[in-house]
Design a protein around this ligand. Structure first.
Ligand SMILES: NC(=O)c1ccc[n+]([C@@H]2O[C@H](COP(=O)([O-])OP(=O)(O)OC[C@H]3O[C@@H](n4cnc5c(N)ncnc54)[C@H](OP(=O)(O)O)[C@@H]3O)[C@@H](O)[C@H]2O)c1
Length: 282
């Protein structure tokens, strides 16, 4: 496993397990156990995934010491008002059955971002959260947050995959000492990614699958990746990406796949309105 050092000095595994769209607590628990058994040490959940309990149970049942696991969760925008955010942090800790989080993110760039960020800064000082970060912030929003708060986010977790490569945004984050983390690194299976002829051809050269090629490409760009799978064989495959290196030529071939369009478009009022309707409680 490779590690990245965040701007606050914390070390984070560069590859982890995402558990979005795993609704059943038992499946979540089993997936986390399978991941930890097979070498994963970073788990990425969110209050809005409704599976923090399953993640906590999986960690406990795994036998892996809590200190050896890098645990990420996220606050949903509905809890961004300062007092709600403080409660939201405690609720995540309680559901996960832990007394600290390694990383806590503001899940969406809408609502009272500054109230929530102040609550995260305070929780970090109190030792409840080791690193604090954001998600889905474009470069403009990130600039505003950095300019108007005392802690620079350690991470910005955004959609990045071969069809939405976000070259400028990744470079901008790095220039601000914010580590880029890719959600949907396998494009959530869209664009028939696993049958893409360029990715398949590259994979054949290294005796690796399309998923492994894509994850390797992101790692070589200095991005943290959190692919999701509930299948143990795929979990094993997805973490087996540290024994080969893509050539510059192959990196450039993958660069040609960029369509510059993701599933999430934060400049589209309809998309933002859709998000604002997604509530995790009444
Ligand atoms: N911050 C945000 O707003 C945000 C948004 C979305 C996601 N995320 C985070 O990012 C994580 C990853 O993103 P994601 O889950 O949306 O999508 P993803 O990891 O790009 O893709 C997951 C899909 O790929 C399949 N898959 C995984 N490994 C495979 C392999 N080796 N071969 C073939 N198929 C494979 C999975 O199926 P099976 O499970 O059936 O194997 C699943 O359908 C999430 O779990 C979550 O933690 C964050």
């Amino acid at each position: 496993m490779d590690y990245v050092t965040l701007n606050d000095g914390m070390m984070m595994p560069q590859l982890g397990l995402g558990v979005y769209q795993i609704d059943d607590q038992n499946v979540t628990k089993q997936t986390v156990m399978d991941g930890l058994k097979n070498g994963y040490r970073l788990i990425d959940t969110a209050s809005a995934y409704f599976n923090e309990e399953g993640v906590g149970e999986g960690i406990k049942a795994s036998g892996v010491a809590r200190k050896d696991i890098f645990l990420t969760s996220k606050l949903w925008w509905q809890d961004y008002a300062y007092e709600d955010a403080k409660k939201g942090i405690d609720t995540s800790l309680e559901k996960l059955g832990t007394d600290y989080l390694d990383l806590y993110l503001l899940h969406q760039p809408v609502g009272d971002i500054f109230g929530a960020w102040r609550a995260l800064e305070e929780a970090q000082k109190a030792g409840k959260i080791r690193s604090i970060g954001v998600s889905n912030m474009n470069s403009g929003r990130l600039t505003d947050l950095i300019a108007n708060s005392s802690v620079v986010p350690s991470i910005n977790q955004v959609e990045i995959h071969p069809f939405f490569q976000e070259k400028d945004q990744v470079e901008y984050m790095k220039s601000q000492n914010v580590t880029p983390e890719a959600w949907g690194p396998l494009a959530q299976g869209a664009h028939d990614i696993f049958n893409n002829s360029i990715l398949k051809e590259i994979g054949e050269k290294y005796n690796k699958s399309v998923a492994q090629v894509v994850l390797r490409w992101l790692l070589q760009r200095g991005v943290v990746v959190i692919p999701k799978s509930t299948h143990e064989q795929r979990l094993i495959q997805n973490i087996d990406v540290f024994d080969f290196k893509l050539s510059d030529d192959d990196m450039n071939k993958i660069a040609t796949l960029d369509l510059n369009k993701g599933v999430a478009d934060y400049s589209d009022p309809d998309f933002v309105n859709m998000l604002l309707k997604l509530r995790v409680r009444n």
